[in-house]
Design a protein around this ligand. Structure first.
Ligand SMILES: Nc1nc2c(ncn2[C@@H]2O[C@H](COP(=O)(O)OP(=O)(O)OP(=O)(O)O)[C@@H](O)[C@H]2O)c(=O)[nH]1
Ligand SMILES: [Zn+2]
Length: 214
């Protein structure tokens, strides 16, 4: 994904997950990225020197660095930081987790909700850590299918529960603002492991995420 000058040294600068580790808040990096966006403004026919746009390249650079900060985070470490021994053996569901990501094809947002469930196998995880790991993977360039699988795999491999279920429902701006221009289509993806391959468990999960409080 990133240029590497020396092919003999694969992953020389690789951080977690093999991505090049960058100092996201380094002023020099922000300056370089701002220069790129200054160029983008010129190329699209704008005047980057008009008053309203003077600080835009820097704002966009900072926004882009924020929108991709998931590359700096380690989902496994986050989960491991709050795993508790507990004999609870029913399904735990955290639903309606807001998702904001960007498609890797157009770098346009896709957004919606994630629903995540697992069945403990001796350990539970701090509830807030589930939305946190959704963000670790969402705040990168993504496709919805890979995002769904990465959340499932991380929980399964780190917590070792009896099974994991993930459903994500999103609207993709690359399909509404441009391209095929369909305003109401929603994409649903799912990933399961272990017990969630059984009809009964999967149905319980799907019923729980369909139910409304009150
Ligand atoms: N499977 C999948 N496809 C996605 C996702 N986000 C965007 N895409 C699709 O990626 C595809 C890229 O197709 P291309 O034909 O190379 O790009 P394009 O010419 O811009 O395509 P259009 O969007 O149809 O105009 C499009 O069909 C997008 O809808 C995603 O999360 N998952
Ligand atoms: Zn797209």
């Amino acid at each position: 994904m990133f240029d590497d000058d020396d092919d003999n040294l694969p992953n020389r600068d690789a951080g977690i997950d093999g991505y090049k580790k960058i100092d996201r808040y380094n002023p020099e990096l922000i300056e370089n990225l701002s220069a790129s966006y200054h160029n983008v403004l010129t190329q699209i026919g704008e005047d980057p020197n008009r008053e309203g746009l003077l600080k835009t390249p820097e704002r966009v650079a900072k926004a882009m660095l924020f929108l991709t900060h998931g590359y700096d985070l380690n989902a496994e470490e986050i989960l491991k930081s709050a795993m508790f021994k507990e004999e609870y053996s029913q399904m735990v569901v955290v639903k309606d987790i807001e998702v904001y990501s960007m498609c890797e094809h157009h770098m346009l947002p896709f957004f919606g909700k994630a629903h995540v469930a697992y069945i403990p196998n001796g350990h539970v995880v701090g509830l807030s850590k589930i939305p946190r790991i959704v963000d670790v993977f969402a705040r990168r360039l993504q496709v919805q299918e890979r995002l769904t699988n990465e959340i499932r795999d991380c929980i399964q491999q780190t917590l070792n529960p009896l099974g994991v279920g993930v459903v994500i429902e999103c609207r993709h701006l690359c399909m509404s603002m441009r391209g095929v221009q369909k305003q109401n289509s929603v994409t649903t993806t799912s990933a399961f492991s272990g017990e969630f391959y059984k009809d009964k468990t999967r149905t319980e999960f799907l019923d729980l995420i369909a139910s409304k409080l009150s």
